[in-house]
Design a protein around this ligand. Structure first.
Ligand code: ARG
Length: 433
């Protein structure tokens, strides 16, 4: 390993201790590294604005940081156990390339605000991606709701056939869920959108750092004011991000459950695209819905991360090395869940439905609720109408799902499925992102 940046020439730290403290931190930092480089550029520019770096030094540092970022992106520089972490790697590489000028990069910052700013930038980007994926999923659901508006499908309560519904209604329900999730992701992103850079180790520094200018350069809407709170919010804002992620995975799980049920031979309403199923090693007849099953595990992965995070955050004020342990669960949960969510739009575009089979599953007794409501609407007290409809169920065979669906108009004159409203909401969210 390269010499730790904090080495003062005293006794070397025991190797096992070093390994334990570093854990997999440097590998996790691979994900944060590009953001750390970006934040370092903004920090350097800020230092030049207050006269701590000359223009010549600034130009050299920004140029080398750019090259470090490029080398990393192209795989020519690999962040590995030669370094304690990504932050040390940046300082080490700059020192190697620029000598004393390179080693000026850390003026007025601590790894504590360095990791915070990289994590914030990363989380903002991930929450943006989460929102976009939710909108993509909502978009496909709305397309399928539109084409499925007149395709009958039983509606279930308690997993028992209840009333005639439609494929369109099924997809409209999932669409609205993903629209909510997109808005939740956006709200979490707005909270994360605060720059911690310039708070140093949690108590500021004796330099007039241009915190606002640096925040603006990095695309943050504001700075976190209290340096102590900047540290105390580490992990807490990540937990908020995970909460938004969790909301989306709950909806993915329900959708996955629906598709896994509907694609059984017992229902046989849906057929998953072959490319989204796998085979059995022993049973040649099998096509297994592994993808929807693994999509169902996403909330568990996020909940695990949330539990680990909130347990780790049981700390007094200020930086503690414990906070390093918040990184892995957050990176892994977002990685896994966003990978899964990215599969949803294409899966939904390609799943097929058997209209005849779904129509056949609507039996005449399922019109009993329509009948009871009709009777009540023309003056019969509902409880009497309910009993009368129960007695007449056999006589409802002449009705059709189309009749039932077209009569079901939501309050306020909305189309039965409210597709115009949902489409307008999607368009507004897309336009403002
Ligand atoms: N890897 C560390 C973390 O994630 C970086 C900050 C180290 N700061 C320190 N004071 N040891 O927290």
């Amino acid at each position: 390993m390269t010499r730790p940046i904090w080495d003062k020439g005293g006794a070397a730290v025991d190797e096992a201790v070093q390994r334990f403290c570093a854990a997999d931190d440097v590998v996790l930092d691979r994900e944060l590294f590009p953001f750390d480089v970006r934040a370092s550029v903004a920090h350097v520019n800020g230092l030049a604005r207050i006269g701590v770096l000359s223009e010549e030094e600034r130009v050299a540092l920004v140029r080398e940081l750019g090259q470090i970022g490029e080398a990393f992106a192209e795989g020519r520089f690999v962040l590995d156990a030669r370094f304690e972490d990504g932050h040390s790697a940046i300082e080490h590489l700059l020192g190697e390339r620029l000598g004393d000028v390179g080693r000026k990069v850390h003026t007025g910052r601590s790894r504590n605000d360095q990791v915070l700013v990289a994590a914030r930038l990363w989380l903002k980007e991930r929450l943006g991606a989460l929102g976009a994926l939710c909108l993509d999923a909502a978009g496909v659901c709305l397309d399928r709701a539109t084409t499925g508006e007149r395709v009958p499908m039983p509606g279930y309560t308690h997993l028992q056939r209840a009333v005639p519904s439609s494929l369109g209604a099924f997809f409209a329900g999932h669409a609205e869920a993903f629209l909510d999730d997109a808005e939740t992701a956006r709200a979490a992103r707005a909270r994360v959108d605060q720059s911690p850079l310039g708070t140093a180790a949690g108590y500021g520094v004796n330099l007039p750092l241009d915190r606002t200018g640096v925040a603006a350069e990095l695309g943050f809407s504001r700075v976190q004011v209290s340096p102590i709170y900047a540290q105390n919010s580490r992990g807490k804002l990540e937990l908020l991000g995970l909460t938004a992620l969790h909301q989306a995975t709950l909806d993915v799980r329900r959708l996955a459950w629906d598709l896994s049920l509907f694609s059984t031979a017992e229902f046989a309403f849906a057929r998953l695209p072959e490319a989204y199923t796998t085979g059995s090693s022993i049973m040649p007849n099998k096509r297994n819905p592994d993808v929807v099953e693994l999509l169902r595990t996403l909330p568990a992965a996020v909940e695990g991360a949330m539990a680990e995070l909130s347990a780790t955050l049981s700390l007094p004020s200020g930086y503690h090395r414990d906070l390093q342990a918040t990184k892995g669960p957050v990176l892994r949960a977002f990685g896994r869940a966003l990978d899964g969510l990215a599969l949803v739009p294409a899966l939904l575009e390609r799943v097929t439905f058997d209209e005849a089979r779904m129509r056949a599953a609507i039996d005449p007794t399922m019109y009993a609720t329509d009948r009871a409501v009709e009777l009540a609407a023309s003056g019969t007290p509902f409880r009497d109408a309910y009993r009368q409809a129960a007695a007449e169920m056999a006589g409802l065979a002449g009705r059709s799902p189309e009749q039932s669906l077209s009569a079901r108009v939501s309050p306020g004159g909305m189309g039965a499925l409210g597709l115009e409203q949902l489409t307008a909401r999607l368009a507004a969210l897309r336009a403002s992102s």
